[in-house]
Ligand binder design. Structure first.
Ligand code: SF4
Length: 319
């Protein structure tokens, strides 16, 4: 059965949810595991012309967030970041100037869900002026309507990172419908949608994971990712086991085959092993993020642009 599904992927036929679940059920120590990652690797190297992509994200504020995601260090009910802050526009500009923009394909600006969107437009338009032409400016913010989506575009954003999280509405205080409306607004405004299946933990079924892969395909995403859930200290999931790197590698390979993104496939946080399985894009991070209790993740969990470049070059991707 696995051979038949992999042949469908080779032929460019869309994989069904059942196909995805069958692939996800492959044992990580089996021969089929290597068939799976070999196929994903083969298709990625060919489709992406062996090009690797480096993305970077800057976290702008560390404030208790009403999204209240139970796995996130910024959630209002379990805020566990080592301090609150909000970067001024000039601070963000200085941070952007300090990084090697010529190595990047995309720069993300991230805020918590309650951040003032007008302020975000202003910062975004200033940052856009600093970016070399090929670098896409990407928004990673709370939910919004079509009017805001158009304003993001006017401010210079070319894409938005937005998803329906696993167990949205159960592990978060945000309704799934709200997330879906934002996804639709992004597409209506003509912004690119960057998607991810996240945050994947041992608590999720393969059916749940496969469902989000199919959703990404239905939205025709060109930039796809999978991300594992971190057991952040102080959150509900602090002591719930995380998935292994081998498991994330398998999930990345399946997501690559099911979603068939046109530009790139990512795993987060950056993992070298996944570069054997069709992943050709990784993120550097600066400032706060939901997986870290340090407000400056570049000093803790986050990887630098130079680290990411080395990982991709070690996998013989070209930059
Ligand atoms: S994941 Fe995002 S929306 Fe959820 S609590 Fe954290 S910052 Fe807020």
């Amino acid at each position: 059965m696995i051979d038949r599904i992999l042949q469908k992927a080779t032929d460019g036929s869309p994989l069904s949810k059942d196909d995805a679940v069958a692939l996800l059920n492959i044992k990580n120590t089996s021969a089929d595991f290597y068939k799976l990652i070999a196929k994903s690797n083969e298709l990625s190297r060919k489709a992406y012309h062996n090009k690797g992509y480096i993305f970077a994200q800057i976290g702008i504020n560390a404030d208790p967030c009403s999204g209240n995601c139970k796995f996130c260090s910024l959630a209002k009910d379990n805020f566990s970041v080592d301090g609150r802050y909000e970067k001024k526009r000039d601070d963000v500009i200085e941070q952007v100037k300090s990084i090697n923009l010529n190595m990047l394909s995309a720069l993300f600006l991230m805020t918590t869900a309650d951040y003032d969107v007008e302020k975000f437009f202003k910062i975004g338009s200033e940052v856009k002026k600093l970016l070399p032409e090929p670098v896409t400016l990407v928004a990673n913010i709370g939910d919004f309507d079509v009017s805001t989506a158009h304003k993001l575009k006017e401010a210079g954003f070319g894409a938005v990172y937005h998803i329906v999280r696993l167990r949205e509405g159960f592990d978060t205080d945000i309704a799934k419908e709200t997330r879906l409306k934002t996804l639709d607004a992004i597409c209506t405004a003509g912004l690119d949608l960057y998607y991810c299946v996240e945050p994947i933990g041992e608590e999720h079924t393969y059916e749940e994971i496969a469902y989000e892969m199919i959703r990404a395909r239905d939205y025709h995403v060109d930039v796809m990712a999978v991300m594992s859930r971190v057991g952040v200290a102080g959150t509900k999931y602090e002591n719930v086991p995380e998935i292994s790197e081998l498991e994330l590698t398998k999930i990345a390979a399946v997501a690559r085959l099911v979603t068939n993104p046109k530009q790139s496939m990512n795993t987060h946080e950056p993992k070298k092993m996944s570069l054997l399985a069709g992943v050709n894009q990784l993120y550097a991070e600066i400032g706060v993020n939901p997986r870290d209790t340090s407000g400056n993740t570049e000093m803790n969990r986050g990887r630098s642009i130079e680290d990411i470049a080395k990982m991709l070059l070690d996998a013989e991707y070209t930059l």
